[in-house]
Design a protein around this ligand. Structure first.
Ligand SMILES: N[C@@H](CCC(=O)N[C@@H](CS)C(=O)NCC(=O)O)C(=O)O
Length: 200
């Protein structure tokens, strides 16, 4: 049985939940209480020394990091559909995983963290807001001629980018001006197996 360790407020945990659900995989949700510091206990750090969620355990295999979890699940359970292995399409998809961990994290993810948890996060909200609009403009432009981010079909590129873009409002980032992004989000929400954020 696959186990996903995560927290309901975590968009990175949501990313992993989405993938499990899109692949129609059974799994057990193990709630890690971030507020109580359960991700910093010796037992948890033994599984993920980074002390972060999400963490996926599939029998003996332990995978930390939402992007790595997407790659693992896509290749282990999804064949070529969600992550193709030919050089060019693979590079095109991985580019968005990198963007999720880079520009999206510096933008909408950090803006959300700031507004949910306040100044204690030490996040520069002006910079996070600027980065959010930078990546939203890029995404909007990219999606103006495409249905999905790459390969003319949903891939883990879409799964990696969707959570923190759909949660942009939590960071007081309005999406109204980004119509192609809004349309893509609507299409994403219609995928078989789509699940909303826990508690949303
Ligand atoms: N690169 C990691 C980042 C994971 C991450 O930042 N997780 C947050 C919750 S969304 C967390 O566990 N924060 C607690 C901490 O870092 O102490 C991923 O993509 O999974």
């Amino acid at each position: 049985m696959i186990k996903l360790h995560g927290h309901e407020i975590s968009g990175n945990s949501y990313k992993a939940r989405l993938m499990l659900s899109l692949l129609n995989l059974d799994y057990e949700w193990v709630r890690v209480d971030l507020m109580k510091g359960e991700h910093k206990t010796p037992e948890y750090l033994a599984k993920n020394p980074f002390g972060q969620v999400p963490l996926l355990i599939d029998d003996e295999t332990i995978i930390a990091d939402s992007q790595a979890i997407l790659v693992y699940l896509a290749r282990k359970y999804g064949g070529e559909q969600w992550l193709p292995t030919d050089a060019l399409p693979m590079a095109q998809v991985i580019r968005w995983l990198s963007t999720a961990a880079g520009e999206v994290r510096q933008g909408t993810e950090n803006a959300r963290l700031f507004h949910l948890f306040g100044a204690g996060t030490k996040i520069n909200i002006d910079r996070a807001t600027e980065k959010s609009h930078f990546i939203l403009k890029q995404l909007d432009q990219h999606l103006s001629t495409r249905t999905w981010l790459e390969c003319d079909r949903p891939t883990i590129a879409d799964v990696a980018i969707y959570p923190y873009i759909s949660l942009a409002k939590d960071g007081k980032i309005e999406l109204d001006a980004y119509t192609h992004v809004l349309n893509w989000m609507e299409r994403f929400q219609k995928l078989a197996g789509y699940v909303p954020m826990l508690g949303a």
